[in-house]
Design a protein around this ligand. Structure first.
Ligand code: SF4
Length: 462
């Protein structure tokens, strides 16, 4: 396991990996494979898994959640029913546990309706983009782990890269970019390509072949950005609740544990025949008395420290290590602002003018999307709602230069010329479901909703 600071041409090892960042004796695995394996075990135990349906609405009785409505299938792009139309179904449940990943669309509705973020720090996200590279036999040590900071993001953008050695000679290279940067031109996909230009990475990958691409956002805000975890009839787990240790860049163990605690809460609620808000509040108590709280409490101010740049963040981390999580000024709680509010107007820079995509080693977004194996039925209503398209061609164009074109890692948003000057074109079938647009749009006018059930990236080995 290694930790490096990168300059444009050099890599400088840290003398040791701090215990709080160490992953020694952990497993490196494909989450796609892990969840498929777990899914098989659940089905063997008699659990029904309804793949291919999206949850589009929460069902309510008053303020009590009573189930989920799945989306209609077979609606064409004009909103008309096709011959194979199937209406969505209402799935009634005593308890609904939402584990939708980051910025879940039902989670967003639940949080807004019940004001679950009241008095919390706003959630702050990052986006991770990655490529898998198949290498010649015997060249990749399985279990190798490296995390880096510095190049290519520099000191002003939160984030860094990771490199994992997988079985069967596969390198898993990724870049995580905090979604609270100032420069609207920042592009996580392009930062990953810049990373591949580093001589160290080139020396590792140049004999290989890129085989997969994907992107996903992650909740980095920490303990103070976790919403209230339950309402009558519903609970939030995993990334949907913001359970991620930003310092270790790990959340799967927290997702698993929160799922187990929600299950235990449900078992008690079933015995009592009581699914009210008061009963399910037991879930928060279970989280607070578990190792989830111990782990996240020790890094509760980690991300906030990077509001002062990389150096400020590292010093703040040091304070946190010495004080079990206190921040600058030894404060118990540092406050933060939503990431999209940090984007600055009027910056005109081109960080990527030297990037040349040869499609053999450096890939443009569309080629990378091909390797994500994402697929959407083309004749459906696009799943990206823009609440006011005029803003795109007027204010946003003038003030920020349409950052959606940059921050989407899948080339979904394109400004194309037309008779009125320009218009926004949405290539929704490219979408790799990372949710960055819903999070980072400076005007908060993009609403990501699930496409027709079953559509999206395949996540074969990611
Ligand atoms: Fe991610 Fe939004 Fe682009 Fe889809 S459209 S890939 S969710 S940024």
């Amino acid at each position: 396991e290694h930790l490096y600071y990168l300059t444009e041409n050099r890599k400088i090892p840290f003398p040791f990996v701090p215990p709080s960042m160490s992953h020694h004796n952990c497993f490196v695995t494909s989450l796609g494979k892990l969840t498929r394996w777990l899914g098989g075990i659940c089905e063997d135990d008699g659990v029904d898994i309804f793949c291919g349906f999206s949850g589009t609405e929460l069902l309510y009785d008053g303020n009590q959640v009573t189930g989920v409505r799945t989306g209609d299938r077979g609606i064409n792009k004009n909103g008309e029913k096709k011959p194979q139309y199937e209406p969505g179904a209402d799935i009634n449940a005593k308890v609904v546990i939402l584990g939708e990943g980051t910025r879940g669309s039902l989670t967003k509705k639940l949080i807004n309706r019940h004001e679950l973020m009241s008095e919390k720090n706003p959630q702050v996200w990052a986006v991770g983009v990655k490529e898998l590279w198949k290498m010649p036999s015997g060249t990749v040590p399985p279990g190798y782990v490296a995390h880096t900071m510095g190049f290519p993001l520099g000191g002003d953008i939160f984030g860094g890269a990771f490199l994992y050695g997988m079985q069967n000679d596969i390198w898993d290279l990724g870049m995580v970019v905090g979604l609270d940067y100032k420069n609207p031109a920042v592009d996580s996909h392009h930062e990953l390509q810049r990373m591949k230009n580093h001589p160290w990475i080139r020396s590792l990958l140049s004999e290989g072949e890129m085989i997969a691409y994907g992107a996903k956002s992650l909740p980095e805000g920490g303990w103070f950005s976790i919403p209230e975890l339950s309402v009558g009839g519903a609970m939030l787990i995993g990334d949907s609740a913001g359970f991620l240790n930003g310092q270790r860049l790990k959340g799967i163990h927290l997702a698993m544990k929160s799922g187990m605690l929600a299950a235990e809460t449900t078992a008690v609620a079933l015995s009592a025949g009581n699914f009210t808000e008061t009963q399910l509040a037991d879930y928060r108590r279970r989280v607070e008395s578990s190792w989830i709280r111990d782990e996240l409490w020790g890094v509760r101010n980690f991300h906030q420290g990077f509001d002062n740049g990389l150096l400020g963040g590292l010093i703040n981390s040091g304070i946190g290590l010495a004080t079990n999580g206190r921040g600058w000024g030894f404060k118990n709680r540092l406050f933060s602002e939503a990431g999209h509010t940090k984007m600055e107007k009027g910056i005109k820079t081109d960080r990527y003018k030297d990037l040349q995509f040869d499609r053999k080693y450096l890939f443009d977004k569309v080629t990378d999307v091909y390797y994500s194996a994402t697929a959407h039925e083309e004749d459906q209503v696009p799943h990206l709602y823009i609440k006011d398209r005029d803003i795109c061609i007027t204010k946003c164009s003038e003030e920020y230069g349409n950052p959606c074109v940059q921050f989407c890692p899948a080339d979904v948003y394109e400004m194309v010329p037309d008779s009125d000057g320009q218009r926004l074109q949405i290539n929704f079938s490219n979408c790799v479901h990372c949710k960055t647009c819903d999070i980072m749009d400076p005007y908060q006018i993009i609403d990501w909703v699930p496409p027709e059930g079953g559509d999206g990236p395949v996540w074969v080995n990611l």
